[in-house]
Ligand binder design. Structure first.
Ligand SMILES: [Zn+2]
Length: 106
């Protein structure tokens, strides 16, 4: 019969290697060198916005690095663009539906 491993035993079996800034930057080049701060889950780094010509940086938790590549401003812009795109698609579909309904009435 196998017994469940305690958290301690698990940690021993699967040691978590803390990521170094070099390892992080290899994977996520938009991370600013020497910007790693904090400990454990509270670790954070600076990222440099990946938009060309933008030099803004932003502090993010290391666990969010993979999904954050833009400064606040450009992130907002991108979100707005996505919303507009969705709205436009919705309007087009709505127009189609109305047209189909009108044609059905004839
Ligand atoms: Zn930016």
């Amino acid at each position: 019969m196998s017994k469940k491993l305690t958290a301690e035993e698990l940690a021993k079996k699967f040691p978590r290697k803390p990521l170094t800034i070099t390892a992080i930057r290899k994977k996520y080049p938009w991370v600013v060198p020497n910007s790693l701060q904090g400990k454990g889950n509270e670790r954070s780094v600076d990222i440099k916005c990946t938009i060309k010509g933008c030099a803004k940086t932003r502090r993010v938790r290391t666990m969010d690095i993979f999904q954050v590549k833009l400064c606040d401003e450009h992130q907002k812009e991108q979100n707005q663009a996505l919303t507009n795109k969705r709205r436009k698609r919705w309007r087009e579909r709505d127009r189609e539906r109305r047209r189909a309904m009108r044609e059905g009435e004839d």
